[in-house]
Design a protein around this ligand. Structure first.
Ligand SMILES: Cc1cc2nc3c(=O)[nH]c(=O)nc-3n(C[C@H](O)[C@H](O)[C@H](O)COP(=O)(O)O)c2cc1C
Length: 234
């Protein structure tokens, strides 16, 4: 009997380890979590994570929709754009790492009407946007889009998909001849359904293997990000 219990426990442990090991890896396929369920506690942003300054800013401080905004920072890779949306800062941290490793220009994708700062309200807003297949307005557009050959696009997983704002962004540009490199942070779902949807919203783009990092691990992910960027051979 004892032996049976030990064997059962060993099997359970092996299963848990296998289940955990895939949470921070380069994405080769989409993962899916039922969109009708609220993100589990371990998938939610930590309570201590405050919304980014840009999210906290009022609508009046945002450029009007359709206006062109210069990207916020330029480094060596003149043909590389690192575009990202981040509500509570994790994806922004990853975007900064990528910009440092790959060079290029950072561009924050922001909604014309800022999202609420309240997490619980945001869960409902995000779920409704997804149910409506909405395309929320963008605060600004990328200047000199034609000058970029490679565009990293980063976002948090929202309800096992990209925020609808990402599809607004993708569908605002001509992707013919561009290389799109997705990256994502989440509580554990990874890219969710978003990888399967990117080609329709960015027709003509060559889509490279993306990287997902767990939001709670992003601060320590610099080496992982650097290795991934180097492997892209841009
Ligand atoms: C509206 C909303 C929905 C979310 N849905 C999921 C989900 O389905 N699966 C998951 O693993 N994490 C989910 N999360 C957690 C975020 O993906 C995670 O905290 C991410 O790192 C946040 O990135 P950010 O700080 O750049 O906004 C959700 C968070 C929010 C705010």
């Amino acid at each position: 009997m004892k032996k049976f219990v030990s064997l059962t426990l060993a099997a359970l442990m092996a299963f848990s380890l296998a289940a955990c090991s895939g949470s921070e890896s380069a994405a080769t396929s989409s993962q899916s979590v039922a969109p009708t369920e609220a993100p589990a506690a371990n998938e939610a942003p930590a309570a201590a994570e405050a919304p980014s300054a840009s999210e906290a800013a009022g609508a009046d401080s945002e450029p009007a929709e359709g206006t062109e905004a210069a990207a916020s920072e330029t480094t060596d890779g003149g043909n590389i754009l690192v575009a990202y949306f981040s509500w509570s800062g994790n994806t922004e941290t990853m975007a900064n790492m990528i910009a440092e490793d790959a060079g290029g220009t950072l561009f924050e994708i922001e909604p014309a009407t800022p999202y609420t700062d309240d997490y619980d309200t945001l869960l409902d807003v995000a779920q409704q946007e997804q149910a409506d297949n909405a395309r929320p307005g963008l605060a600004a557009t990328v200047e000199n889009w034609d000058s970029y050959d490679v565009v990293f696009v980063g976002y948090p997983d929202w309800w096992s998909d990209a925020p609808m704002l990402i599809y607004s962004f993708l569908e605002s540009y001509d992707w013919a001849g561009k290389t799109l490199v997705p990256f994502c942070t989440s509580g554990g779902s990874g890219f969710g359904r978003s990888l399967d949807k990117l080609p329709d919203s960015a027709p003509g783009a060559t889509i490279l293997e993306g990287l997902h990092v767990s939001g709670s691990s992003v601060d320590g992910a610099a080496d992982q990000v650097a290795e991934w960027v180097a492997g892209l051979n841009l």
